[in-house]
Design a protein around this ligand. Structure first.
Ligand code: PLP
Length: 453
């Protein structure tokens, strides 16, 4: 391990040499940022000595917080036993094989196979490779088009960012021409006078219209998160998912659930697909599968697709050097073991999430909060200057950015997306810790109100 330097020296190194993801590079080079060098339970500590309650579970991944020695020990043991061997060309390693089985046990019944990657982005790239191969083997090579949603986040590689619908990303790199986008089910932003259920049906209907426009024989798959996370914790109206499922079934379109955020307990059940009663043929996972301790992602492949791939013959020309890395798989096995033996997902859903969501609803009385939305252990507060007209707090989301910065300053790590404050605390939080989160958020909201009103 490198010798610990003081904060100023680390900041200088960071500013001089380190290009950060999703960061204004000029601003960072000039002003620097935060260096986190320790974490415990649900708290992170930076090199300036600030302690912060992590209301984002890292980047939506440390659902069990930061003090899980069982995971660290499993990785260490594995690195001593077999630090690496690849899974190409019919080789395998024990943790990869055991993890494949464990994932089959915890995911919905249609999933009996898995393809491993290192990240959610690569897993979504893999979805494209799998879907194209599937329809080629079925003798339908013209079925190549994907439909996704505006403002979706499916990763940052060229293919996964094409599947995503983030304008800022598409502006910087042109997406793949076989991906098309429809609107997201964001009732607060776009529902107008419609009830949430009327709006849910209307916006789901855009999928049917898009399939008809592009041609049923050309559209291969629809990809979506059960709840759009990075886009702003967009909770779909109740009418939305049943209608999407009906349309996918009616037109023989594969449904891909991107469970990179929703998976492993975030929405209250093991997978968001279960919370919303949908039956995808492919399911992307990453992040919380290892509790963030090691990089790992993958695709759960449903029986309908697996049957064709397994009977197809000929090589599937896809793979990553670290697909099924033994140490990452050991971390995931230990994580699943904790999730199963402690029933933490069920405990959080029953005892913590209702309390968290209930306390957040108190902010509906706050002058800046026009909507509180959430499901399980994640939520968003939509900030406005005026509730009746929904006038924005400030241009360019400056109000929400200010609120986030105040929260950070007060020792609460939360995020801002557009005009919304976003949070996804670890599932292991207790009620007292939820109270602390709410208290700190209330202070940040009050400070924002003073600043902007
Ligand atoms: N899909 C979703 C829904 C995500 O939220 C993310 C990351 O935030 C990804 C895919 C990409 O995962 P990764 O950052 O591991 O490549």
């Amino acid at each position: 391990m490198s010798h610990k330097k003081d904060s100023a020296a680390l900041q200088a190194l960071d500013r001089s040499h380190h290009l950060h993801p999703f960061t204004d590079l000029q601003n960072h080079a000039e002003q620097g940022g935060r260096i986190v060098n320790r974490a415990e339970h649900i708290y992170i500590y930076d090199t300036d000595g600030q302690r912060m309650l992590d209301g984002m579970s890292g980047l939506w991944c440390c659902n069990l917080g930061y003090s899980q020695p069982q995971i660290a020990e499993a990785v260490y043991r594995q690195l001593q036993e077999l630090p690496y061997y690849n899974n190409f060309f019919k080789c395998a390693n024990q943790p990869a094989v055991e993890l494949a089985r464990a994932l089959v046990e915890v995911t919905p019944a249609q999933f009996n196979h898995v393809f491993f990657t290192n990240s959610g982005s690569e897993a979504n790239d893999t979805n494209i490779r799998l879907v194209h191969r599937y329809f080629d083997l079925l003798g339908k090579p013209e079925k190549k088009l994907f439909i996704s949603r505006k403002n979706a986040y499916h990763g940052s590689t060229i293919a996964s960012s094409s599947l995503g619908g983030m304008d800022g990303m598409h502006k910087q790199t042109r997406g793949l021409d076989y991906v098309h986008h429809i609107n997201q089910p964001h009732w607060f932003a776009n529902g107008g006078e419609l009830s949430p259920d009327e709006y849910g049906l209307q916006v789901a209907g855009e999928l049917e219209a898009k399939i008809q426009q592009l041609g049923e024989d050309k559209v291969a798959a629809f990809i979506a998160e059960p709840v759009q996370g990075a886009g702003g914790v967009i909770i779909p109206p109740d009418s939305y998912w049943p209608e999407i499922q009906r349309i996918c079934d009616a037109y023989d379109i594969l449904l891909i659930a991107d469970e990179v955020i929703c998976g492993f307990g975030r929405t209250g059940k093991w997978f968001g697909s279960e919370t919303y009663g949908i039956k995808p043929q492919l399911m992307t996972f990453a992040k919380a599968v290892t509790n963030g301790y090691m990089p790992l992602g993958g695709v759960m492949v449903g029986d309908q697709v697996a049957k064709v791939l397994l009977a197809g013959g000929g090589e599937f020309t896809h793979g990553l050097t670290y697909s099924g890395h033994p140490a990452s798989c050991a971390a995931a096995l230990a994580t699943l073991d904790i999730l199963r033996s402690t029933n933490i997902i069920e405990h959080a859903a029953e005892h913590i999430a209702p309390y968290f969501q209930g306390r957040l609803r108190e902010f509906e009385q706050h002058p800046l909060v026009a909507q509180v939305r959430g499901q399980g252990m994640f939520a968003a507060l939509e900030l406005v200057a005026d509730k009746s007209s929904r006038k924005r707090l400030a241009p360019d989301s400056a109000g929400a950015i200010y609120c986030r910065d105040r929260a950070n300053k007060n020792g609460l790590m939360v995020r801002q997306t557009g005009d919304a404050m976003i949070m996804a605390p670890p599932l292991i939080c207790n009620r007292e810790e939820i109270d602390i989160l709410i208290e700190k958020l209330a202070i940040a909201l009050d400070e924002t109100a003073v600043h902007y009103q």
